[in-house]
Design a protein around this ligand. Structure first.
Ligand SMILES: Nc1ncnc2c1ncn2[C@@H]1O[C@H](COP(=O)(O)OP(=O)(O)OP(=O)(O)O)[C@@H](O)[C@H]1O
Ligand SMILES: [Mg+2]
Length: 248
């Protein structure tokens, strides 16, 4: 059984049919990349998994550890140990780094108290100290307002906030977007370490070259349809697919 499995998912924004029979699976422990151009349907796929509205999932199914989570509400999906770091890197700009991390913890405690946390979530949320060990940069800047952090630092803070939740599957929506190559390398290292610690990762990127470096397996989506499914190695060697759908 795959950790996450999408079968023939159809998703809509009002009457516009965006995802068409999207089937994909993410295996426990791997880094799976979902690649595609602007507007291909990457964010829509992540939002469908996370239970965000819109889009509206009208066909197909989404299973996590064999359990049907299709169209469950976002709190329920997150209680299964699924975290999404959205494209816009949601941090509270007027709060410090430490306050941002603290709030993520409060959120987690609230969901634990209302009994939403399921016992089968294997990766407990990190403590603030563990987060600072992972991201020394955030420790140095813990009293700085999040809004004044660089793009790369904000990305790390957004990832750190997700890791404070119980996370078995971490979904990252274009974590490299807008970052300089040196900073991309830092974020890449962080993702690699998170993966090595056992958290499964679904990485959405337009930057195919960078994503292929980290990924075990890749999917390419184009106009809402999966057009490639295979190992990162196969995609690296498949020049035609890369040129046609990824423009690289
Ligand atoms: N809220 C919305 N309402 C209507 N259409 C939307 C909405 N969000 C996205 N779309 C459309 O759905 C399609 C897929 O968008 P999506 O955001 O999933 O693309 P993407 O692959 O994440 O692209 P990008 O790399 O630019 O982030 C696009 O044609 C987009 O215009
Ligand atoms: Mg997107």
């Amino acid at each position: 059984m795959s950790l996450l499995e999408l079968a023939d998912v159809d998703a809509y924004y009002d009457e516009s049919h965006i995802l068409r029979d999207v089937s994909m699976r993410v295996e426990e422990g791997e880094v799976c990349a979902l690649l595609g151009r602007n507007g291909a349907g990457k964010t829509t796929t992540l939002r469908s998994i996370a239970g965000a509205q819109p889009p509206d999932v009208r066909g197909g199914s989404i299973h996590f550890r064999g359990e049907d989570i299709t169209s469950n509400d976002p709190e329920d999906v997150s209680s299964h140990g699924i975290s999404l770091v959205p494209e816009e890197r949601r941090v509270f700009p007027d709060l410090t780094v430490a306050e941002n991390l603290h709030l993520a913890e409060v959120d987690q405690n609230v969901s634990n108290t209302i009994g939403r946390s399921l016992p089968d979530v294997q990766h407990e949320g990190m403590t603030t100290e563990e987060v600072y060990e992972e991201f020394e940069r955030l420790r140095e800047r813990r009293e700085q307002k999040a809004g004044t952090l660089s793009g790369g630092e904000q990305q790390m803070l957004a990832i750190a906030r997700a890791l404070k939740q119980n996370t078995d599957l971490l979904m990252l929506d274009e974590p490299y977007e807008g970052l300089a190559p040196q900073i991309i390398a830092n974020v890449e290292d962080a993702i690699r370490r998170i993966s090595e610690s056992g958290t499964t990762i679904l990485l959405v990127e337009q930057n195919a070259a960078a994503a292929i470096k980290l990924a075990d397996r890749c999917y390419v989506v184009d106009q809402g349809e999966i057009v490639f499914d295979g190992t990162a190695e196969r995609l690296r060697d498949d020049e035609e697919t890369r040129e046609r759908y990824l423009g690289v």
